[in-house]
Design a protein around this ligand. Structure first.
Ligand code: FAD
Length: 278
């Protein structure tokens, strides 16, 4: 279908984009367009104004920020996947980005768009949640920082307001003591995850500490698998058995809710095995 008519403005700076968003109540940002354009073509959304931030090169970066790695919102998935800083200090993020869609999607889609879109089937939101990362959003009132645990609020809903722009994402640096895995199940190589798992933990004397497991597509938002985390920390024989506790997966043409629960248990077991083997 052809999208409904809209006006189009190119933002020249972050501040310019915030100001353009303020012009119309139903204005929408356009970054890589890989989630927004399909929705426009289905007429599922009908903004009267698109504000194109895709040319804001100064929001495309991966930087060392001390204890964290800072990633500009306009950084394309391919650049996240291949950034030497992430490969060295947080390969969980670069590996997950390298598994998104196909090369075309990874060369156009952005990390800011992926988080702001709030799709529970997206990979990077779960990665950010497992890492207790942070998101900086810029709006008319300035910049505020939102913890990943507070950012995802519902299906296609986030804590970013209509006139706010995701500007930067920060993830912690992992150390040599960390073990991690990103694993997902999909029916074809380039498909979205039917279920995905981001897992990270620290080797501690006699076992594991700070286990964090986040699930893709097991509810309205990315979810922490708290019971499985506690079991992993406690050295339980099978933390994966508790992976679907507290989740509310949906049923669709890819999988029933029951099959998703089964997948979550299997994938958490695989993720822990892969993480432990690193
Ligand atoms: P856009 O489509 O431009 O925008 C998406 C939404 O976010 C819009 O509402 C827009 O207004 C808003 N937005 C964009 N940037 C910002 C910002 N900085 N601040 C605030 N709001 C903003 N994703 C996965 O995680 N895993 C996959 O396996 C996967 N496979 C895909 C396969 C295909 C064929 C396609 C088309 C997409 C796939 N994606 C997948 C989605 C892809 O990662 C998208 O690029 C991403 O979800 C959205 O990023 P974008 O830059 O394209 O955002």
């Amino acid at each position: 279908m052809i999208p409904a008519a809209f006006d189009y403005e190119i933002a020249e700076s972050l501040e310019h984009a915030v100001s353009l968003l303020g012009d119309r109540e139903d204005a929408k940002l356009l970054a890589g367009g890989h989630s927004l354009l399909p929705l426009l073509r289905l007429r599922a959304v009908r903004p009267s104004l698109l504000v194109d931030v895709g040319r804001l090169e100064d929001l495309s970066y991966v930087r060392d920020a001390g204890d964290t790695i800072a990633i500009g919102a306009l950084t394309r998935h391919h650049d996240v996947a291949t950034a030497p800083l992430l490969q060295e200090h947080n390969p969980l993020v670069s590996t997950a980005a390298g598994l998104i869609g196909d090369p075309q999607v990874r060369h156009r889609g952005t990390i800011g768009g992926s988080l702001a879109h709030g799709d529970p089937a997206s990979d990077l939101p779960a990665v950010l949640l497992a890492l207790d990362g942070e998101v900086d959003v810029t709006g008319p009132g300035g910049v505020r920082t939102v913890a990943a645990a507070d950012f995802f609020t519902g299906v296609f809903q986030t804590a970013a307001g209509p006139q706010e722009i995701v500007a930067e994402v920060r993830v912690p640096k992992l150390t040599g003591d960390h073990m991690w895995s990103f694993t997902k199940f999909h029916r074809r190589a380039q498909d979205w995850a039917t279920v995905g798992v981001a897992a990270v933990a620290r080797r501690a004397s006699g076992g594991v500490a700070d286990a964090a497991i986040a699930l893709v597509n097991m509810g309205a938002t990315p979810l922490r698998a708290s019971a499985a985390e506690a079991a992993w920390n406690a050295g339980a024989a099978d933390p994966g058995a508790a992976a679907d506790e507290g989740t509310e997966p949906g049923s669709d043409t890819n999988a029933s809710a029951g099959y998703r629960r089964h997948l979550a248990r299997v994938l958490v077991r695989r993720a822990i095995a892969e993480a432990t083997a690193r």
